[in-house]
Design a protein around this ligand. Structure first.
Ligand code: UD1
Length: 419
């Protein structure tokens, strides 16, 4: 199993480009199930979750090719089965994103129930509620969601909790449904907009993506398209925190600064000088210790839960006391236990972490527990004194493309080792 050996050292400086967004690429890869024609994508990140999605599609009989770096082509015409097996779903919850497209295009789907997850219960009840409202018959049998429909019917669907993949699943179901679908209290993440743009390029009729109300006029068929995946705002945000936590200066390129507003505001509150251009963000924290920041996570455009752990790492080094409240997922503070091993001062009270900053933390063996928690450990380790060994970095590989190379190019001493 791979591990990272990280030698804490001085400020990170330089330029790093954002990769394609994992959370946009995954639903868009699944959108290839909605047409018999070829869907061609670029800027697809080289990540373990992308490999898992390709495997999931390939085992259904989708012709999948990666004709070059970042490129992906899929044709679902020869699909042989509409089953997403447990072996793949258990490693990646986002596998649930095949449910909507399979049901809409093929009239049936069997997707293993995702089951428990390190960061909380994460049910899929809202996905199922929406599909039922569109006329699907859904049963839970032998650990599988079994869904059937002749042709889905447009419906008015209200989400009582904002759900990202739930919105995406129902959006993909609605594009081929009979009539109009209205998704109320829909998620507004940039990744939803990217999916909607790709679906529109495939011939779908969608308005309101990026707002709380998405309206879809169903069409009979979609066709192939070319689409470029948006930059990863969470990966990019992680590099910006790397600059701040090491008191360095980093320019993030090939990004969309608008998608990172909530993160930029918090970096400014921490004392960083932030400059932005059309597709870059420059964070400068040289010669100063970051100030503590308070934050609470919210659905977009609020502060993203996927950046919470990284800012907790920053608060561990900051001047003052920071309060971090997690409102999206229960049990998303596992990184706190590991940060304590480096000497951090964190007190957890329910869904709130109270972090008293320390001038220095010291390297220690730690364990990656989930994707973003692992990123927080990498950040804490590059700013710590001495060596940190991070076990189970497969969590990081699910969502960060070549993170050791990218941080290494900024001056971090980070090596991948096997034992
Ligand atoms: C997506 C992201 C993940 C991010 C999260 C929140 C992908 C592949 N993953 O996950 O990185 O952390 O959004 O921004 O895009 N809920 C229900 N019932 C449902 C669905 C969700 O109660 O049917 C609840 C969840 O338990 C959670 C909240 O809604 O408390 C938000 O979850 P959701 O937005 O669905 O997260 P994901 O789409 O799984």
């Amino acid at each position: 199993m791979d591990k990272f050996l990280i030698e804490g050292n001085g400020p990170l400086t330089g330029e790093v480009a954002a990769s394609g967004a994992k959370n946009a690429a995954l639903p868009i890869l699944c959108a290839s199930l909605l047409t018999d024609d070829e869907l061609r994508l670029s800027n697809v990140p080289d990540l373990h979750d992308v490999v898992t999605t390709k495997k999931l599609l390939a085992q259904m009989g989708v012709a999948v090719a990666s004709p070059g770096p970042g490129l992906f082509a899929a044709t679902a015409r020869g699909i042989t089965t509409c089953v997403a097996p447990y072996e793949l779903v258990k490693t990646m919850r986002a596998s649930i994103l095949v449910l909507g497209p399979l049901l809409a295009k093929r009239g049936h789907a069997e997707v293993s129930l995702p089951g428990g997850c390190a960061i909380g219960a994460r049910p899929v009840d809202l996905h199922l509620m929406g599909l039922k409202a569109m006329g699907a018959e859904i049963t839970l049998e032998d650990g599988f969601i079994k869904a059937r429909a002749t042709r889905l019917k447009g419906a008015r669907i209200y989400f009582d909790t904002v759900t990202v993949t739930g919105t995406e699943n129902l959006l993909m179901a609605a594009v081929l449904a009979d009539g109009e679908t209205v998704l109320e209290n829909a998620a507004r993440e940039p990744e939803i907009v990217d999916l909607a743009n790709c679906l529109t390029a495939m011939g779908a009729k969608i308005s309101g993506a990026g707002t709380g109300t998405i309206v879809v006029q169903g069409v009979r068929d979609l066709h192939g398209a070319d689409h470029r995946v948006i930059p990863d705002r969470i990966e990019g945000g992680t590099f910006l925190v790397a600059a701040a936590i090491t008191r360095g200066r980093v320019r993030l390129t090939k990004t969309d600064p608008n998608a990172l507003d909530a993160v930029i505001v918090k970096l400014q509150q921490a004392g960083a000088k932030v400059a932005t251009g059309a597709d870059w963000i420059d964070v400068d924290m040289r010669h100063q210790r970051p100030h503590s920041v308070n934050l609470h996570t919210m659905a977009h455009p609020g502060f993203p839960t996927d950046m919470q752990a990284q800012f907790m790492a920053l608060d561990c080094y900051a001047d003052g006391v920071g309060t971090i409240r997690e409102t999206i997922f229960e049990n998303r503070f596992m990184h706190a236990q590991e940060l304590l091993r480096l000497g951090a001062d964190i007190r957890i009270e329910g869904n709130t972490a109270i972090v008293t900053g320390r001038e220095k933390l010291k390297g220690a063996p730690v364990m990656a527990t989930d994707l973003r928690a692992s990123a927080a450990l990498v950040l804490a380790a590059i700013a710590a004194e001495g060596t940190t060994k991070i076990d189970r970095v497969y969590h990081i590989d699910r969502g960060y493309e070549h993170i050791e190379e990218k941080l290494g190019a900024l001056g971090a001493r980070i090596a991948r080792v096997k034992d």
